[in-house]
Design a protein around this ligand. Structure first.
Ligand code: AMP
Ligand code: GLY
Length: 410
């Protein structure tokens, strides 16, 4: 099978890495890809949101399956464009992708489907959360515990188009629950947790995500089934009834509150960096699974999950999320891999044959281990081998989970 991956981040490198393990793969292509993906396949200089360019590329390469990584092309309708031209696509069409593309649409749909979520507030009153309505790469959400932070958030949100929405501030543990979805059929991927805040101790602004781990202590198969019943299935049914059946990954960002599970957001794609922790644990042929889903069914999909745990740490530019870093030489990836980690590239470029920084989130380092604690030790030992000027990372990814894991005697 000839596959085209759309996107250029760490998530797409992780997808490429997993798809490259499939015996069914004959050619791997990416648009635009990155230097990490280039070590596994061919990268083409076509932007992820250039629907026409992707269509031409897919036709010229005789692609059998397009896997769309990021949300921007999905919300722009790129999956529809390719499907209308007869190309199999893993990823939802524009209407279904509005679940991520518009927070107010997602709220309306959740109300209609009776899915528990944070209450919308008619006006901002601390404590609360201020959210830009449209896509903002994880940076359009401001958590405001007090009036000072609310005043700052109301100023900052003006930089985003559209009217912001205000929500009650939910307290609890976060959980990312990703499922493969074909219409109303679902197959849960392993539960994961993401770390959105920029600095240790969940301090600083929201980012695209600074690390992740899987599994999540306390979320076993029974809890997953309850979540799918309360959250994913009603949403998928509502979308299907509106004439927009969902094909792809439906990702629910959840808060585990004292009153039960509540939805923080929906994403219509693989999470970044959750995917970099979920895929190393995934057993079975992901390519075969995605190709089946692209045909609108889950029949015949066989995927398992390893008992091992995975922890992923994002290595970022010192200035991220306020800005990015370009051109600093990166050292130590081979040493990190020798230490037992998998290094996914997210914001890199090649200059004069050397790998250099090119973005905000630069690398994602993942490691497996028999427990979360051991995966965590391995991943941080590997991170220490890597360096560039200004590199930084959170040092507390999955730390709390190791405590819960220990208290359960896992
Ligand atoms: P979102 O893009 O809506 O998931 O928001 C990004 C992050 O902001 C979430 O992962 C949470 O950390 C935080 N967040 C969003 N909504 C709320 C809420 N209602 N209460 C508390 N935290 C929230
Ligand atoms: N990890 C958060 C996201 O993918 O949106």
């Amino acid at each position: 099978m000839k596959v085209l991956i759309v996107g250029s981040g760490g998530r797409e490198h992780a997808l490429a890495w997993k798809l490259a393990q499939s015996p069914k793969l004959s050619e791997l292509h990416a648009a635009p890809g990155n230097p990490g993906i280039a070590s596994l396949g061919n990268c083409h200089p076509v932007r992820a949101d250039d629907g026409e360019g992707l269509l031409t590329l897919a036709h010229s390469l005789a692609i059998d399956l397009v896997v769309v990584g990021p949300e921007v092309p999905l919300v722009a309708g790129v999956a529809d464009q390719l499907r209308h031209a007869g190309i199999a696509v893993f990823g939802p069409g524009r209407e279904a992708a509005m679940l991520e593309g518009s927070k107010s649409f997602a709220k309306e749909l959740m109300l209609a489907a009776k899915v528990p979520s944070a209450r919308e507030l008619p006006e901002p009153l601390a404590p609360c959360v201020v959210k830009a309505d449209g896509l903002a790469a994880g940076k359009g959400v401001f958590v405001c515990p007090d009036t000072e932070s609310l005043a700052r958030a109301l100023k900052e949100v003006e930089a985003f188009p559209g009217k912001p929405i205000f929500e009650e501030l939910l307290i609890g543990e976060e959980l990312s629950m990703l499922v493969l979805a074909a219409g109303e059929e679902t197959l849960a991927l392993a539960p994961a947790q993401d770390f959105k805040r920029s600095y240790d101790g969940d301090q600083g602004p929201n980012t695209g995500g600074m690390g992740s781990y899987s599994p999540v202590p306390g979320i076993g198969p029974d809890e997953v089934e309850v979540i799918l019943d309360q959250v994913h299935r009603p949403v998928l049914t509502e979308l299907a009834e509106r004439g927009h059946p969902f094909i792809g990954v439906l990702y629910a960002g959840l808060m585990r509150t004292d009153e039960g599970i509540k939805v923080l957001e929906f994403n219509v794609r693989f999470g970044d960096p959750e995917t970099q922790a979920i895929l190393p644990r995934l057993q079975g042929d992901l390519l075969e699974a995605l190709a089946i889903v692209a045909n609108g069914t889950l029949e015949g999909v066989e995927l398992g999950v390893s008992k091992e745990a995975a922890v992923t740490v994002v290595l970022a530019a010192g200035i991220y999320p306020a800005g990015s870093d370009k051109g600093s030489p990166i050292e130590g990836i081979a040493e990190a891999e020798k230490a037992g980690a998998i290094v996914f590239q997210a914001g890199t470029a090649v200059r004069d044959e050397a790998l250099v920084t090119n973005g905000g989130r630069i690398l994602n380092v993942s490691a497996l281990g028999p427990t979360i604690a051991e995966a965590r030790e391995r991943v941080y030992a590997a991170c220490e081998k890597i360096s560039w000027k200004g590199m930084r990372y959170r040092t507390d990814i999955a730390l709390e989970a190791t405590r819960r894991e220990a208290s359960k005697g896992a």
